[in-house]
Design a binder for this molecule. Sequence first.
Ligand code: UN1
Length: 509
Amino acid sequence: MTSLPTAEDLSRRAREAAERCGVDLAASAGDRPVTSPVNGEVLISVRWQSRSDADAAVRKATEAFGEWRTVPAPVRGALVRRLGELLREHKEDLATLVSLEVGKITSEALGEVQEMIDICEFAVGLSRQLYGRTIASERPGHRLSESYHPLGVVGVISAFNFPVAVWSWNTAIALVCGDPVVWKPSELAPLSALASAALLDRAIAETGAPANLSQVVIGGADVGEALVGNRGIALLSATGSTRMGRAVGPRVADRFGRSLLELGGNNAAVVTPSADLDLATRGIVFSAAGTAGQRCTTLRRVIAHESVIASLLDRVASAYRSLPIGSPLDAGTLVGPLISDSAYKSMQDALLAARQQGGEIIAGGSRRLAEAAPGAFYVEPAIVRMTEQTDIVRQETFAPILFVLPYSTIDQAIALNNDVPQGLSSSIFTSDLGEAERFLGPDGSDCGIANVNIGTSGAEIGGAFGGEKETGGGRESGSDAWRAYMRRATNTINFSGALPLAQGVKFDI
Ligand code: UN1
């Protein structure tokens, strides 16, 4: 059985890792306790900032914008290159903080920091590729082209489950696009945020970039609201619940700001008769139980063909029964704790509702280590067999519950995949090319991410990340997601010496 570390041990590890990253712990000390989900005890206490601190941060960032927007993009890339190097150097420190503050197992915490390094590399390359188009003009002696210019200050509101990677996706891209960033991290992970911001500050100082380019404001909902309402924030990138997005989106739109929303997911995998069931099992277990079911890309539904459902369920349930659950700091653990008591309560409520709606719990659901750590919430990931896609299946519960549903035709499977309010990620396990292409096609999965023969989680940074419907429609990270961080200008240049009007209009004076 796993043994949980003491509060002193965790606190010491957190302080040392934060200090190595350059965090001034005395300056950030305050009266707000940060609890580690690893043992349910207080890790450290920090000072929360206020709404007016958030407004001051936006003012400072706006000043930095004035300078940064005219620095050539490849020179801006040099700052992000340095950030990537520092992240590489402090990969373990940052991963330790992520494990301590949000309970990720070491390998996944290191993976989160690797995403940060990867996006820095992507952004450095991008800094020489912020391409506009040259467009054929209908008029002689005219050139039509488009330019991308820096947009303004980017506000980032991030969630506990990817406490640093989501900031880095936004920040690496924003910086090469010429935009400063004001960050309101999750109040549950302030040290991870302060450490990431300290590394960026160091990169800024070393490369001679404007000091105020990066601002972090530690605080609660009022700080987030201040950013949402502040006209100085040109783009607000917010990750969290659909409820949060519903509050944020219209308020930013009301002031004609841009928003980029990454909200809930309710991701499904379709397992067809031709699927390799061993591969499917591995893909399903990683996506459903990994990160203790707390990714927005977590697999929440399996839609299995009626000819394979029994055999698939046997395999997945047997893998679930042997999952090592315990301290995320122990080598070998695959499932760490839930973030909080309220996450545990939501899981129990959802399991109860599922039973009431005809579900049968096939595996898991019980709490572990409650005696060793009454304030920590370790759970056995649960599998629930459903006959129908009821209300509780259509909701996102941010905990490891995997609903398994049968289907008989591929049309029915796709309809079930799409019949939820969210549209983030999806996958199909099949050896049938026709089925795979159908799933990826225009009348297939309606999600922003659709995969074949891998699970729903663990996307690479090179693709655009985001989803449709209640997931919010935003795209961040790779591909051309950078366009959201820039303003586009269409330019018509007349070198003809005459003034022909477009559309053949005559206006002779
Ligand atoms: C999230 O859960 O907010 O695709 C992001 C994934 C990760 C990112 C998840 N690369 O699972």
